[in-house]
Write a protein that binds this ligand. Structure first.
Ligand SMILES: Nc1ncnc2c1ncn2[C@@H]1O[C@H](COP(=O)(O)OP(=O)(O)OP(=O)(O)O)[C@@H](O)[C@H]1O
Length: 265
């Protein structure tokens, strides 16, 4: 798999990072990340827990300030964001229609059309807290799409959905790409999604370890053995063609204790 391919020119990309570093106090979440996404691309970011996937998303959204490097946005870029989860207070009445009108007021027909488009027509009057997990994710997607984004960012948006629910959600995402031409950036642990729905996969472990087209890895014997095994499987899948020397690119989980050297006392 090609690693760290040459950067594209900024005129081709919607958003890019150059030498991005993100820190939380003493924690170095990301360093030297060069990333970019072009119009219409579906890019998936994979990586073990604590590898900085959400930190990359936060930096792209502008909600964390880079400790190093920069985030470059195309002027006028509109970004839609579907979060991993959204805590809704059970005691606070909030209908789907009202939620979709926040922060910007939306007309009834615009809301109705968008709900139909994401496959949950007629839910306007339902309380957010009364939705199923799959319906809720589609409402979050509807909210992101109402902004008519050039770039849609989904941070583990199918967490908690069953396999058919996940598959249906990603079919919808592909449909959105087809219909709107929006670029899609997904953070995902679903290996089958990585394989079937992405143009490019980026493997993160505090920095960009590898990236490439998913089809490059589908022929690997490891694929069958690892398919469906979750993050460990995803990471191992990326190891088999990992033929470059790179510090911190050992794909160990960053939230597990580092191995002591053999001669350590
Ligand atoms: N607000 C914060 N304060 C301190 N440390 C943080 C904060 N957010 C993230 N971190 C740390 O930064 C590192 C990267 O976290 P991040 O959430 O970006 O990883 P991730 O790949 O999205 O993880 P996961 O797969 O578990 O969601 C981790 O070591 C994490 O503990």
């Amino acid at each position: 798999m090609p690693c760290l391919p040459g950067q594209r020119s900024m005129s081709q990309v919607l958003i890019a990072t150059r030498g991005l570093g993100v820190r939380y106090g003493a924690v170095n979440a990301l360093e030297k990340v060069d990333f970019e996404i072009e119009p219409g691309e579906i890019v998936t970011v994979v990586g073990p827990n604590g590898s900085g996937k959400s930190s990359l998303v936060r930096a792209l959204l502008g909600v964390v300030r880079p400790a190093a490097g920069q985030v470059i946005r195309r002027p006028g870029l509109r970004v839609g964001y579907v979060p991993q989860k959204l805590a809704v207070d059970e005691r606070m009445p909030l209908t789907v229609k009202r939620f979709l009108s926040l922060p910007e007021r939306r007309g009834a027909s615009e809301i109705a059309q968008m709900l139909m488009r994401v496959g949950v027509a007629g839910l306007e009057r339902r309380q957010l807290t009364a939705l199923s997990g799959g319906q809720f994710q589609r409402v979050l997607l509807a909210r992101a799409l109402l902004a008519d984004p050039h770039l849609l960012i989904l941070d583990e948006a199918t967490q908690g959905l069953d396999q058919p629910g996940t598959a249906a959600f990603y079919e919808l995402i592909e449909q959105v790409r087809r219909e709107t031409g929006a670029a899609i950036l997904m953070v995902s642990h679903d290996l089958h999604v990585v394989m079937s729905a992405s143009d490019r996969v980026i493997c993160l472990n505090g920095h960009v370890c590898c990236q490439g087209q998913p089809h490059v890895v589908t022929a690997a014997p490891e694929y069958r053995a690892l398919f469906g095994l979750g993050t460990h499987g995803t990471m191992a899948l990326y190891q088999h063609r990992h033929d470059h020397a790179h510090d911190r690119c050992n794909h160990e989980r960053r939230d597990e204790p580092a191995k002591e050297p053999a001669d350590a006392g």
